[in-house]
Write a protein that binds this ligand. Structure first.
Ligand SMILES: *[C@@H]1O[C@H](CO)[C@@H](O)[C@H](O)[C@H]1NC(C)=O
Length: 472
């Protein structure tokens, strides 16, 4: 593809003619001129080797290397996929992706569409020069260079030798602070992208340089999670935690849906207390819990019955135990629901509820909102970015409490009010006009503020600002 110099044949032509027909001085001038032309052509040939047109355009189009747990299927993974699917057509930069962060999950990879897999292969094969690349490390800061655990490091070569053009950390936390190691790692970055104003404030309070923090919201797939495009998914009804297992026992009931990992942070204990105290088997309601095992036993039914019987450490279970035969229906779905069936699952619900103690963003909440469902979720952390009195039911926080175990031990998070949750559960059942109005507003807000196109523009803007500053 390099442009070839055409010097040699032409010059030898001129000089041979000169030798035959012209006097000596003229001949000398001709030779001199020919040598000059030859030199010029040689120089331009040299330049053409150094700056060939294709290389020129490559060096001019910078790269964005997105490193994230693409193959793990967790929260960061789905967020990263949503970014790259809305960005990969962008012309102002080239994109490359690399797996980084969590372990690979082959079931997750196998479940992806062939279109998505092809996109991944294509983006993975992009060639980037590190000095011309903006690197995005999309993971928890412990995975950033030098990683604290076994993972593909990000940036791949560290911060120098060769230094990337710019390094961005994308991360978030569910509590009121960051530990000091994470603060230090955030401050090694040129920028740290967080999803909400809540994070800007908790990161600054913890010691992250405010000038490095940029709010980059998270998109929701409003095309996939579109209530007009899906039929309700038939819900299982044969295995209630309480009451008779009869195929018809769920028919015609008001369906509450909650989706969460089975861990304390998600507030499933608060949800069950509020639900079981507020309703009985005479109320026409059923609560579906879509969950998966996460640092806990798979026997959710036993854990629920333990909570109810007051065997757990909670002391405020009151008289739940006495009412064992009158409990409203609860159904647990702990099988894998493919992504493509999720919209149908939301569609079969009448309301979504998650009294979480802390969220980075709250993906199922925004998916439910995109499906026009009325949503009850805690008025703290991630959801404060998008949940309002107009588009849902923000659940008041009773107090802040200390996290007792796990990676966030000693941090604070929210304890939503069980009594307020009872009120909201009842209200969403008994006021169909209000819940319909809020559900419609929820979808409207998701499309207007969090569609993939809107969020892609935010990122493209931010990247062009960075490139602009690097040109100066
Ligand atoms: C949610 O929290 C904000 C402060 O963070 C407060 O201004 C607002 O009134 C709260 N809304 C509800 C419904 O509790």
């Amino acid at each position: 593809m390099r442009r070839r110099g055409r010097g040699s044949p032409e010059t030898s032509n001129i000089s041979s003619r000169a030798v035959q027909k012209k006097p000596f001085t003229v001949l000398f001038c001709r030779i001199f001129a020919a040598m000059f032309v030859f030199a010029l052509i040689s120089i331009s040939f040299l330049f053409s080797i150094i700056f060939t047109p294709t290389e020129k355009s490559q060096t001019r189009t910078p790269c964005v290397l997105w490193m994230a747990p693409f193959l793990s299927g967790g929260g960061y993974s789905s967020e990263a996929w949503s970014y790259i699917t809305s960005l990969h057509d962008e012309k102002s930069f080239r994109m490359k992706i690399e797996h980084h962060g969590d372990m690979q999950n082959f079931d997750f990879w196998n479940g992806l569409s062939s279109e998505t897999k092809n996109l991944a292969f294509n983006l993975h094969s992009t060639e980037c020069k590190m000095s011309e690349t903006i690197v995005i490390c999309h993971s928890e800061p412990g995975a950033w260079w030098p990683p604290l655990f076994e993972t593909n490091p990000c940036p791949p070569t560290g911060y120098k030798d060769p230094a990337p053009l710019y390094v961005i950390g994308r991360t978030m936390f569910e509590t009121d602070r960051l530990n000091s190691e994470h603060v230090r790692r955030c401050n090694w970055m040129d920028s740290v992208w967080v999803p909400t104003d809540f994070h800007i404030s908790t990161f600054v309070k913890s010691g992250v340089d405010p000038s490095k923090l940029v709010k980059i919201i998270q998109p929701v797939d409003v095309e996939l999670f579109n209530p007009d495009k899906h039929m309700p998914l038939p819900l299982p009804c044969e295995n209630p935690v309480f009451g008779d297992p009869s195929p018809d026992s769920c028919k015609g009931k008001f369906v509450f849906l909650s989706i969460f990992k089975w861990e304390k942070r998600k507030g499933w204990d608060l949800l069950l207390k509020a639900y079981l105290r507020e309703f009985s088997d005479e109320d026409n309601v059923v609560l579906y819990l879509l969950t998966n095992p996460y640092h806990s036993d798979r026997d959710f039914t036993a854990q629920i019955q333990q909570l109810v019987a007051g065997d757990s450490k909670d002391s405020d279970l009151g008289n739940l135990e006495d009412n064992v035969r009158r409990y409203p229906a609860i159904e647990i779905i702990d099988t894998h629901i493919p992504e493509t069936d999720l919209p149908g699952l939301y569609k079969s619900a009448d309301a979504f509820v998650l009294p979480t103690r802390g969220e980075g963003w709250g993906r199922p909440i925004v998916e439910a909102m995109s499906m026009s469902l009325p949503v009850i979720a805690t008025n703290w952390s991630g959801p404060t970015e998008y949940l309002t009195e107009e588009n849902g039911y923000p659940l008041p926080v009773e107090r802040m409490v200390e996290v007792e175990e796990g990676a966030f031990k000693g941090h604070m998070w929210a304890e939503p009010s069980v009594e307020d949750l009872r009120i909201l559960l009842r209200r969403v059942v008994s006021d169909p006009m209000e819940r319909k109005r809020k559900g419609m507003k929820a979808r409207e807000d998701m499309m207007r503020r969090f569609s993939p196109e809107v969020v892609a523009d935010v990122i493209i803007n931010e990247i062009s600002k960075i490139l602009e500053s690097k040109r100066n």
